[in-house]
Design a protein around this ligand. Structure first.
Ligand SMILES: *[C@@H]1O[C@H](CO)[C@@H](O)[C@H](O)[C@H]1NC(C)=O
Ligand SMILES: *[C@@H]1O[C@H](CO)[C@@H](O)[C@H](O)[C@H]1NC(C)=O
Length: 286
């Protein structure tokens, strides 16, 4: 009887850890009452991705500029949204790549200033302003791993990092100079670069934390203006609705020595341990 009770407890714990690892790293609640306008020069937006079809951009023109509330000083840069329209009964997934500071529509709590390509899916341009839209956040359908670039004009003593090609937004970027023992958190600027004012010549580690609390690490040999690296990982989007299918987890840059350490790694370890124990108990029962 005691063994049976233990077995049931273990089974419950196992299911708990399964459901824990399948929680989307951000809220996907449906928001209604959103509106949209369009603009025609979406390149070089405030999120720092430059040309949308260039190396830092999403590789397509399905983007939006967010009003101050949604833009949130850059915190929603790189977030993707699935927006549905009652005008066409269609939906479109866009990435936030810009801010929309204009007084007027952009000051609403949920307003998207869309590229014409995205707007056209949701309604005719002649309508001007689309009202009554609904949306929810979704992971971005990017290919390969999270990437990092050091800002134009970086030098041995100052740099700023742009994190891009991520499926989810970034909560924190920290730097540890080689030989030091602690990471220092950087400040995210409103133009989406993480400012690192206390660099020294030589190598350093960067720790990138997703909004879901998952970490990606990369070692960079030295500060170099506009130098880009692909890390060896992508953030997990297990449990998210609207996860785009397609290739993911491409090849990492072999020279950078990046690695990943995640809470879900820990919970799957727990899972394996619990499974082994459960099987052990089953064997003992027989
Ligand atoms: C969209 O769907 C609603 C509800 O099903 C329907 O009444 C409306 O005619 C549809 N509109 C278009 C443009 O298809
Ligand atoms: C966007 O949301 C709508 C409504 O929930 C859904 O039907 C559609 O499949 C979603 N699109 C994508 C690409 O996830």
């Amino acid at each position: 009887m005691k063994t049976f009770v233990l077995f049931v407890i273990l089974l419950c714990l196992t299911f708990l850890s399964i459901s824990k690892s399948e929680t989307c790293p951000f809220s996907q609640s449906l928001v209604s009452g959103a509106s949209a306008t369009y603009y025609t020069d979406p390149n070089a937006g405030n999120c720092g991705y430059e040309n949308l079809m260039g190396p830092l951009g999403p590789g397509n023109l399905f983007i939006a500029a967010l009003g101050p509330n949604l833009y949130n000083n850059g915190k929603n840069c790189g977030q993707c949204f699935n927006i549905s329209s009652p005008y066409t009964n269609r939906s479109v997934v866009i990435m936030a790549t810009d801010s929309c500071p204009d007084s007027g529509y952009c000051q609403r709590s949920s307003h998207f200033d869309l590229s014409t390509q995205a707007f056209d899916v949701l309604g005719a341009q002649s309508i001007g302003v689309l009202e009554g839209l609904t949306y929810y956040k979704v992971p971005c359908g990017v290919n390969g791993n999270v990437k990092i670039m050091m800002k134009d004009g970086s030098n041995d003593y100052w740099t700023a990092f742009l994190i891009y090609n991520s499926k989810v937004t970034i909560k924190d970027v920290s730097v540890k100079i080689t030989g030091k023992s602690t990471y220092t958190s950087l400040t995210q600027s409103s133009y989406n670069y993480w400012i690192s004012p206390n660099m020294v010549p030589g190598s350093f580690d960067v720790r990138i934390e997703s909004v879901g609390g998952e970490f990606i690490y990369i070692t960079i040999p030295k500060v170099e203006s506009r130098k880009q690296y692909e890390t060896s990982s992508q953030f997990s989007v297990d449990g998210c609705v609207g996860t785009p299918s397609g290739p993911s987890g491409g090849l990492g840059s072999p020279s950078t020595g990046a690695s990943i350490g995640t809470p879900s790694d820990a919970s799957s370890l727990t899972l394996y341990a619990l499974f082994s124990l459960t099987i052990l108990f089953l064997v003992m029962l027989n």
